[in-house]
Design a protein around this ligand. Structure first.
Ligand code: SAM
Length: 216
């Protein structure tokens, strides 16, 4: 999902992503991410590839009230949905931004957060280098990536379903999200401490009508 792929995050897709995929794939992990972010008691938080604001909403609910939150994504239509989840007085800033070329000063933040976004960045090393550039010394970058497809049965089941429905030209949309489990070690050349935590969060598939009515 480089620049061309992001173009597909337009029209009605952000709303369907938020209502349909959100509860199945992103809410529970977003809760986990927000808990970890709040534990850092940060004052300036940058969210990368924030999408429709699923993690952003959870961050705002858990971060200290005085903490500033800046939510970014490459796709403006995704951020439009994110913006709709906040009241003006919640002091959340939204900005379209490529995670590989961030429009922020060095050391502007003390915490960066990115849920299931890094695997989409076309230049992974640049994405990490940019995140670390905008962090203050001692700052932290919390990010998540899916494990490989064999560890995510949902992706196999749905890929098989679309393969059957579209045998001549099956969409390969899961090739990217489940492709990134390597090369995570210190791509910045800086001295950083990297720790990993593997999370198994079983997801329950609900009827489409139920999933679609969940808006948060
Ligand atoms: C799977 S979604 C994750 C969204 C959100 N973090 C969540 O948990 O719901 C991946 C997001 O990465 C964004 N993205 C892809 N390439 C990007 C880039 N180079 N810079 C910033 N965002 C990017 C997409 O627009 C999309 O919103």
């Amino acid at each position: 999902m480089g620049a061309a792929g992001v173009a597909s995050f337009a029209g009605e897709i952000p709303v369907h992503y938020d209502r349909g995929l959100g509860p199945v794939l992103f809410h529970d992990f977003g809760d986990q991410m927000a808990v970890r972010a709040a534990a850092q008691a940060p004052s300036d938080v940058l969210e990368l590839a924030g999408g429709t604001g699923i993690v952003s909403r959870r961050l705002r609910d858990r971060l200290p009230a005085a903490a500033r939150l800046t939510v970014t994504d490459l796709a403006a239509p995704m951020l439009d949905v994110a913006r709709s989840k906040f009241a003006a007085e919640e002091a959340v800033t939204f900005q379209t931004a490529d995670a590989c070329a961030l429009p922020f000063a060095d050391g502007a933040f003390d915490l960066a957060v990115c849920q299931f976004g890094v695997m989409f960045f076309p230049d992974k090393a640049k994405g990490f280098a940019e995140a670390f550039r905008v962090l203050r010394p001692g700052g932290r970058y919390l990010f998540s990536a899916w494990d490989a497809q064999p560890h995510n049965p949902m992706s196999i089941v749905t890929q098989r379903a679309v393969d059957r429905l579209l045998p001549d030209d099956p969409p390969r949309f899961y090739d990217v999200p489940f492709s990134y489990q390597e090369d995570l070690l210190d791509p910045t050349g800086r001295t950083v401490t990297i720790s990993f935590r593997k999370l198994f969060l079983p997801q329950r598939f609900r009827a489409r009508s139920n999933a679609s009515s969940t808006t948060r």
